[in-house]
Design a protein around this ligand. Structure first.
Ligand SMILES: NC(=O)c1ccc[n+]([C@@H]2O[C@H](COP(=O)([O-])OP(=O)(O)OC[C@H]3O[C@@H](n4cnc5c(N)ncnc54)[C@H](OP(=O)(O)O)[C@@H]3O)[C@@H](O)[C@H]2O)c1
Length: 269
């Protein structure tokens, strides 16, 4: 079934905006949802929509409106997300929940809003944007990693639950990508504590991860993987873009955990 109509979340900037342009250039109609409901460089084929994925009623309405306007919805790309930064010690429940709110629950609710439509149609594609941090953990981003691991886990369980239905699932796990994500990352209160025992290590770590992200892939590189999956007859379930990150993912799988954490800790702590 050719993908013609797509709902994409987090479509106002970064990976989402770049993906919206690539899909529209490939002839798809893209409903690009975000709280701002806007996109840089608007173009034909992209319909920016106001969508806060933490508002369940609004998410369901957006899906219903698309189906009413188009007659069908072929794919959803769950890309919206954010990051918090800080040590596990001293993180408040509220801060941890805020990390899961959009990055996990919002995307989950978006998938759940689309599933009855896909089931009725007998086809549909679900792409979630996880992170390499879905499969590898770094210090001071424990809750981001946990939320992205949860998203990957749900995507893979869903892939099994939907076997034989015509609905396919794929999780894309990008490494570092140069977007506004870096500037938007919020520090927890514990991370801002002047007497924090982690202060020096965090300063070194943050400098490193910001440098890696800002020197990372262009957002369109991830968009191309999303487009490729949407065009394939059978989507992959898990995609790690770029060879070096694929190699890291492979090493994480075969390396004893204690050794992997020692190496990553030495590099990032
Ligand atoms: N940048 C990286 O290095 C990297 C690496 C791996 C994975 N990722 C993942 O890639 C995805 C996109 O991030 P990005 O790098 O492109 O960052 P970005 O430019 O900050 O994009 C985040 C997008 O999410 C939207 N958003 C945030 N909260 C939302 C909500 N509640 N409802 C709807 N939309 C919401 C934002 O738009 P509004 O503010 O207008 O709502 C924005 O369009 C995220 O899931 C991120 O975790 C990024």
């Amino acid at each position: 079934m050719e993908v013609k109509v797509v709902l994409l979340t987090g479509g106002s900037s970064g990976i989402g905006a770049a993906t919206a342009h690539l899909l529209a250039n490939a002839g798809m109609k893209v409903y690009a949802g975000s709280r701002r409901g806007a996109i840089d460089a608007p173009q034909e084929g992209i319909v920016p929509v106001v969508l806060d994925i933490n508002d369940e009623a609004l998410t369901q309405k957006v899906v219903a409106d698309i189906v009413a306007a188009e007659g069908h919805l072929d794919a959803v790309v769950c890309n919206a997300g954010n990051g918090i930064y800080g040590p596990v010690e001293g993180a408040s429940d509220e801060e941890v929940r805020s990390q899961f709110e959009t990055t996990f629950f919002g995307n989950l609710k978006t998938i759940q809003a689309c599933l009855p439509v896909f089931r009725r149609q007998g086809h549909g594609r679900i792409i979630t944007v996880g992170s390499v941090m879905s499969i590898l953990q770094l210090p001071y981003q424990a809750f981001y990693s946990a939320a992205k691991a949860a998203l990957l886990s749900v995507t893979q369980s869903l892939a099994m639950e939907l076997q034989g239905t015509g609905i396919q699932c794929c999780c894309i796990l990008p490494g570092d990508v140069s977007t506004g994500f870096t500037a938007a990352r919020k520090k927890t209160l514990a991370a801002q504590e002047p007497d924090s025992p982690y202060r020096e290590r965090m300063a070194k770590n943050l400098k490193q991860i910001e440098k890696d992200e800002l020197g990372g892939m262009a957002p369109a590189a991830i968009g191309r993987h999303i487009l490729r999956q949407l065009r394939r007859k059978h989507m992959s379930v898990r995609v790690v873009p770029r060879l070096d990150y694929k190699f890291v993912a492979f090493l994480i799988r075969i390396c004893p955990t204690k050794l992997a954490l020692r190496i990553l800790g030495a590099l990032y702590n």
